[in-house]
Design a protein around this ligand. Structure first.
Ligand SMILES: [Zn+2]
Length: 181
């Protein structure tokens, strides 16, 4: 089942097909329903719909399992106030900068420096998962040496282009970019 989408319209369309969808957990068809929204930052200063919840609903007619899922836009990152494209802009600045602090200052990243350090450590922890997925899609670019994490970013760019590769990654693999497992 699809969890990441390009646009809110695609999510709306998908939700209208729920009565015909099979539950990914229990396999039941006809038990999936819309189950409200989750709200979170859609920009550093603004709250809005960040997730469209769906549920496999137990009822008199169905033996739904009660599991819930979240449908999301490919450009969102869980529990982060900045979108995927802003993370990519930060990563690109990082590749040219002398230090993380300098990249943070240059990119105007909308979080504290501490958050930027935490984010970098998180990216390091995501490396293995990212590399595994990217290698399944294509070989890493040739001739890239240096910091292993930066090699992963080069691989990401090779597979998905420079524009918004994190969004494309999430939609293509149906997987959180910041997932550690
Ligand atoms: Zn179910």
């Amino acid at each position: 089942m699809q969890f990441f989408f390009q646009t809110a319209e695609e999510i709306g369309l998908f939700r209208s097909t729920l009565p015909f969808c099979q539950c990914p957990a229990c396999g039941m068809t006809g038990a999936m329903i819309r189950h409200g929204y989750t709200y979170w930052f859609i920009s550093p200063t603004e709250n809005g719909i960040r997730g469209w919840r769906i549920r496999c609903k137990p009822s008199n007619h169905h033996e739904g399992c009660g599991a819930t899922w979240l449908l999301r836009l490919g450009d969102t990152l869980p529990r982060r106030c900045f979108p995927a494209k802003q993370l990519w802009a930060f990563i690109q600045t990082l590749l040219d900068a002398r230090s993380l602090k300098q990249a943070w200052e240059r990119s105007g990243f909308p979080c504290s420096l501490d958050t930027a350090y935490r984010l970098y450590r998180r990216l390091q922890r995501c490396q293995t998962v990212l590399r595994t997925h990217l290698c399944a899609r294509g070989p890493p670019p040739r001739g890239k040496t240096g910091v292993p994490l930066f090699q992963v970013f080069a691989h990401l760019e090779k597979e998905f282009g420079i524009l918004s590769p994190i969004t494309a990654y999430q939609i293509s693999f149906q997987k959180d970019f910041l997932a550690v497992a």
